[in-house]
Write a protein that binds this ligand. Structure first.
Ligand SMILES: Cc1cc2nc3c(=O)[nH]c(=O)nc-3n(C[C@H](O)[C@H](O)[C@H](O)COP(=O)(O)OP(=O)(O)OC[C@H]3O[C@@H](n4cnc5c(N)ncnc54)[C@H](O)[C@@H]3O)c2cc1C
Length: 255
């Protein structure tokens, strides 16, 4: 049983808020930093809330040499708000790295993300020397990600729903042109289910392999409680253990 090795009491090194309601949390967690792979996630405890279930958050970045991991999350409820108010210098319990991540052995992957779905894709970009990213958000403010991604990617394409920045529309507005013009040999996508479904359909149309990262409410994160089970075309799967990353063609998006 390797579980005890994967739980770290991680000191909070910093909190940063790129926009209101979003927190970039950096934690000292050398064991997790050393072994984490792009697309994996952690289950993090909420301080001052003993007995409360851990919350799943994607790993956004790691430094294997300095021994830290970075999480980027939106405050949506009790757990994430509690985490954002935890003081720098205190510790939180982190279980991970968990799940199956993205296939990264591609020449030139296109990462497609919307909203907080850009979190696990950032780790992919940081670990791979030749990625491009297509990101979408509702407004200019919501694509604060561009600045974070720039040092890690070859090209950065941005869409906003309201046209306040980049191309007006959704990521699917630009995607056909990118897949037609350029030599991407894979697409990795994370975001709202409807976005992933449409991206997967376009990738299939252009014959480009595609992986999607699913989000499902979960309890244990270890494959035991079955609360995150989903039906796929090859049978019932657990998002926490068999995923969160799945081949796009395996998934029923409406479920
Ligand atoms: C594998 C995985 C990775 C994730 N990575 C990130 C990440 O990198 N950044 C990020 O901001 N969020 C991420 N999430 C979502 C995050 O786990 C939830 O937002 C968080 O658990 C909410 O906890 P809470 O106590 O603050 O909110 P709650 O009070 O539990 O819920 C508040 C609202 O959020 C919704 N919600 C709660 N959990 C989920 C969930 N798992 N999926 C969808 N909706 C949910 C609830 O239905 C409710 O509307 C991830 C989820 C999974 C399963």
């Amino acid at each position: 049983m390797i579980l005890p090795k994967l739980i770290e009491e991680a000191r909070i090194l910093s909190h940063k808020a790129p926009i209101a309601g979003v927190d970039i949390l950096t934690l000292a967690a050398p064991l997790i930093a050393r072994s984490a792979l792009p697309g994996q996630f952690v289950q993090i405890s909420v301080p001052a809330d003993a007995g409360f279930l851990r919350r799943p958050l994607g790993i956004a970045e790691v430094s294997r040499t300095e021994g830290w991991i970075r999480l980027i999350y939106r405050q949506v409820g009790r757990g994430t708000e509690g985490l954002a108010s935890a003081e720098t210098g205190t510790s939180v319990s982190v279980l991970g790295p968990l799940g199956r991540g993205f296939y990264t052995g591609l020449e030139h992957p296109l990462l497609v993300g919307g909203g907080m779905g850009l979190t696990p894709l950032l780790f992919f970009a940081a670990e791979h020397s030749n990625t491009s990213v297509l990101m979408g958000g509702r407004t200019r403010e919501e694509v604060f990600w561009e600045e974070i991604y720039r040092p890690h990617v070859r090209e950065c394409f941005v869409t906003t729903d309201d046209g306040s920045y980049g191309t007006q529309g959704f990521v699917t507005t630009l995607l056909p042109k990118l897949l037609k013009d350029d030599a991407y040999d894979g697409v990795a996508v994370c975001g709202p289910p409807v976005m992933m479904e449409r991206v997967a359909a376009i990738a299939a149309e252009y014959g480009v392999p595609c992986e999607v990262s699913l989000e499902k409410r979960m309890a244990c994160g270890l494959g035991a409680c079955l609360s995150c089970a989903v039906d796929t075309k090859s049978g019932r799967r657990k998002v926490c253990k068999d995923g969160p990353v799945f081949p796009a063609g395996e998934v029923y998006y409406a479920s």
